[in-house]
Design a protein around this ligand. Structure first.
Ligand code: SF4
Ligand code: FES
Length: 378
């Protein structure tokens, strides 16, 4: 029997490896929309490199064996894959709870009916409260009308529905109407997530950064709506990072419960992990998911809390937020081992706040839209 080496974090401390519960399956980076805050990397995977439906089926079986309970079929726009139903069926057959994350564009009533019984839940993105705003933010004329039609079909078929609203300075004042819309559409949940400034969003900090005033009002709106809608609709709220005292526990802790698979098979601890220089990522085409999860150097790099620097190492919150987001530390401090600059105890916090405030006061409304490399556009 071969002896297995104990996995180590970036500083050589032994780490404890738990079981993953959720997997984000990015089926493609193709997307008809061009949202300026897209969480996909700036360098998008080419269509020719995408995993096939057969490859995804094998991955879902491996994931289920490893302990994964739910899979999020995402993208890009997963409906851009003609074989979406085949992929969803494979995830369902592997015994996973299947959540489809979609803009709705590309879904027809017939395609949705095909997914009935294969997909357990749908998460529909919302860019704005009317066509003028939603079509501008998404960079796609007619997207709002199309989305509302899709929401109607989803309701008629009976999929549980969550509306997923990414909020920022341009649409945050319309939050009460977003919550009302979710209620009218019969949603069980609305997720209100303030934009995270990585990747494409980082190119749009000036037009998208919420003001402190907006962030405060949004909190009050959410609290009031939670009271009013108790027992009817859940509101998940991800507040503006840059106005918080402490960071959130990104991914619930690096390499602890979740993993992402990019369209080309690269296995990642989080969607933005490729922005961290020096980490090497493996491809599911070359090895097994269990090996990557347990022994992958990138997964072990920031596992646990033993590697944390001061002030995190002696902080009472270190088991709560694990020092915050590694990708944010990389983006702001150019050091993935630094305390998340969102934390008020980080030496970079004052600079981050000053920059966020300056960005939020900008009257720049020119958006840099997400786009695929030219050769992958029709
Ligand atoms: Fe979290 Fe570190 Fe800030 Fe403490 S010092 S709250 S552990 S980021
Ligand atoms: Fe990568 Fe937070 S987005 S750790």
């Amino acid at each position: 029997m071969t002896e297995q080496l104990q996995p180590h974090d970036i500083r050589g401390n032994p780490v404890r490896v738990g079981l993953p519960m959720a997997m984000l399956a990015e089926l493609t980076h193709r997307c008809p929309l061009a949202c300026p805050y897209c969480s996909n990397p700036l360098e998008l995977a080419r269509v020719s490199s995408e995993l096939t439906a057969g490859e995804w089926a094998g991955i879902f079986r491996q994931a289920a064996d490893l302990g994964v309970l739910q899979v999020h079929l995402s993208g890009g726009e997963p409906a851009s894959r003609r074989d979406l139903a085949e992929i969803a069926a494979a995830a369902h057959e592997a015994g996973l709870y299947v959540n489809l994350i979609t803009s709705g564009i590309g879904l027809t009533e017939a395609r949705l009916r095909e997914l009935d019984g294969l997909v357990d839940h749908i998460q529909l993105s919302l860019q704005g409260i009317d066509a003028e705003m939603a079509d501008w933010i998404s960079g796609y004329g007619g997207s709002f009308a199309r989305k509302m039609q899709v929401a109607e079909w989803i309701g008629a078929i009976g999929f549980p529905l969550t509306l997923n609203a990414v909020v920022h300075r341009q649409n945050l004042d319309r939050l009460p109407e977003m919550i009302d819309l979710a209620e009218r559409l019969g949603c069980r949940r609305i997720e209100v997530a303030t934009v995270q400034f990585h990747g494409w969003a980082d190119l749009n900090r000036r037009p998208l950064m919420p003001t402190l005033e907006q962030a405060k009002r949004a909190r009050a709106v959410v609290n009031e709506a939670r009271q009013r809608l108790r027992g009817r609709m859940v509101i998940d709220y991800v507040p503006a990072d840059h106005h918080a005292a402490f960071p959130k526990s990104c991914m619930g802790g690096w390499g602890s419960t979740g993993l992402n698979i990019a369209p080309d098979g690269i296995v990642l601890p989080c969607h933005a992990a490729q922005t961290i220089k020096g980490l090497e990522f493996e491809n599911i085409r070359d090895t097994t998911l269990a090996r990557i999860w347990r022994d992958g150097a990138a997964f072990n790099a920031f596992r646990g809390t033993a590697w944390l620097p001061e002030p995190c190492a002696s902080c009472e919150r270190r088991e709560v937020d694990f020092g915050g987001c590694r990708c944010q530390a990389m983006a702001m401090a150019q050091d993935p081992t630094a305390t998340d600059p969102v934390c008020s105890r980080s030496p970079f916090n004052a600079r981050l706040r000053a920059e966020a405030e300056a960005d939020s006061e900008s009257d720049d409304v020119a958006l840099v839209y997400r786009r695929m490399a030219r050769e992958t556009r029709p």
